[in-house]
Design a protein around this ligand. Sequence first.
Ligand SMILES: Nc1ncnc2c1ncn2[C@@H]1O[C@H](COP(=O)(O)OP(=O)(O)O)[C@@H](O)[C@H]1O
Ligand SMILES: O=C(COP(=O)(O)O)[C@H](O)[C@H](O)COP(=O)(O)O
Length: 305
Amino acid sequence: MSKLHPVIAVTGSSGAGTSTARLAFEHMFTRMNLRAAIVEGDSFHAYDRETMAQQLHRASVRGERFSHFGPSANLFDKLEELFRSYGASGHGESRRYLHTDAEACAFGQKAGTFTPWTPLPTDTDLLLYEGLHGGLVTDRVNVAQHVDLLIGLVPTINLEWIQKIHRDTNERGYSPERVKETILRRMHDYVHYMVPQFSQTDINFQRVPTVDTSNPFIARDIPTQDESFVVIRFKNPRKWPVHFPEMLAMVQGSFMSRRNTIVVPGGKMGMAMEIILMPILEQIMRTRDNARRRSRKKISPPETR
Ligand SMILES: Nc1ncnc2c1ncn2[C@@H]1O[C@H](COP(=O)(O)OP(=O)(O)O)[C@@H](O)[C@H]1O
Ligand SMILES: O=C(COP(=O)(O)O)[C@H](O)[C@H](O)COP(=O)(O)O
């Protein structure tokens, strides 16, 4: 945890909507005039697409579990080191995993490859991570301990699979069958490395469809915002400037389902994220500024003030 260099992580499974949620954060950062170092979780995969395919075949032949959700296909220690380093100094290094030809073309590379490791931009106000493992805790790494605000994007599983199938077939060129196989292959690691994170999160945003998603593998399109509700669970509401009565008054159609859980219409998800997250970001930045003032006082002795 860092007061001087806050780390914010949006964590969710493949297709959960973390890239989409990142855009909402970027809009808030712009409105708050904050400069963020943005890190995509896929950049901590251990293998590029070609090598990953070889590793997957080898694991299949050996009858071993192996997926993008688990430790053998990710650089978890490097991710924890990034969060630790940024929290301590505001510095670190990252790269990008280029999923599509369009992304890769901009770097003169092939899709499914990594850009080189490069230092994060300097003089940033905070780090924003969006990806698969922002809240990871295993017997070897504890990524979550370095995060100041941990957000879970956790649509109900049928909706998550519909979103992944839609995105992977339309934007990444995979067949629906191939995506179904990926979902099945990742199930063990999903249960052991993805799901436990959502007990670590400060806030979970769980989009729940109000239309039939019983068979996600035949869904023609993604349920729209208006065809859903969002269940927003706070692990510890007292930790943050969260005022449920104010939110209930501001978000039409919202209601409390538990003392720490507010439900909003899906079409109000963006508004609810802003109402909830901007005061929290403001609190984090006030804490950062106070810590920086104290740090400066320690450096300059009283007689020279
Ligand atoms: N709240 C939402 N409402 C409707 N569609 C969404 C929502 N969030 C994500 N999607 C769609 O789901 C798919 C996966 O979202 P994405 O942000 O790429 O997931 P991730 O980065 O977690 O893999 C995309 O097609 C995206 O447009
Ligand atoms: O599970 C994910 C995570 O990405 P996301 O959270 O965006 O779904 C992707 O399948 C891998 O990064 C491999 O990508 P690819 O299959 O394109 O090589």
